[in-house]
Design a protein around this ligand. Structure first.
Ligand SMILES: Cc1cc2nc3c(=O)[nH]c(=O)nc-3n(C[C@H](O)[C@H](O)[C@H](O)COP(=O)(O)O)c2cc1C
Length: 212
């Protein structure tokens, strides 16, 4: 059975473009993988805590040495890592905030990057442990950054997410951008419609593949 981890990260609950894109993705995914399991995680409404000293110290302790207080500190990270490990596909709705991801998504990223669980240190350098999975990032941006836009160098959202998932061993990361959301109502609508079209094309062209 296939499993999709669907992550919303917009703090906006009613108006978020990325929430509509995630919803559309989940619907198409359920048609493509009938009976598949969908895990919903909302980092916009319930952001995980920032990394703190107790959690960082507990990250580097061997399991046999963990005290109850360490296990408690690891609770959020363990839950998020377990969701990520159980997923074949991950879809993330990611609004661009100040040229990068929202702080809720960054907190999740810090909590799921766990040595020994999602990556390993080896003599040759770090090695990601999540190979084989597919990640789909559905963004919304006020301006235009994709392709040959003059502002493409300010897109620290896509470059960061691509690098991070590659670090975890996931090279198959696809982006769908709803751009121009801050220009005017027509431009915003067109940007969202183009994004929905691209998202549908991902499924129509068989780019959302069954993970072995
Ligand atoms: C705090 C904040 C920071 C933003 N920073 C940027 C930015 O750096 N570049 C940009 O193009 N749009 C920026 N925007 C616009 C959002 O990316 C845009 O409104 C998008 O639709 C938000 O996604 P959502 O509708 O899914 O919440 C920002 C919006 C907010 C609220």
């Amino acid at each position: 059975m296939s499993t999709l981890l669907a992550i919303n990260t917009s703090p906006m609950t009613r108006t978020a473009v990325t929430r509509r894109l995630v919803q559309a993705f989940v619907c198409r995914w359920q048609e493509r993988f009938p009976g598949g399991q969908v895990i919903l995680r909302d980092l916009g409404v319930s952001p995980p805590p920032h990394l703190d000293e107790r959690t960082l110290l507990a990250f580097s302790k061997p399991p046999a040495e963990l005290a109850d207080s360490d296990r408690n500190a690891l609770r959020h990270s363990d839950e998020l890592v377990s969701e990520l490990l159980s997923a074949d596909h991950v879809v993330i709705g990611s609004p661009m905030y100040n040229f990068t991801v929202t702080s809720g998504l960054k907190a999740w990223i810090d909590l799921v990057g766990r040595a020994g669980k999602t990556f390993d240190y080896t003599p040759e350098g770090p090695r990601g442990l999540l190979a084989g999975r597919q990640v789909f990032i559905l963004t919304a941006r006020g301006g235009f950054y994709a392709g040959d836009s003059a502002d493409s160098g300010m897109d620290y959202q896509a470059t960061f997410l691509r690098s991070y998932f590659a670090f975890l061993g996931i090279d198959d990361v696809r982006f769908v951008h709803a751009e121009g959301q801050g220009i005017d109502a027509d431009t915003a609508r067109q940007g969202e419609a183009r994004a929905i079209g691209r998202l549908e094309a991902l499924f129509a062209e068989g780019q959302v593949r069954r993970v072995a």
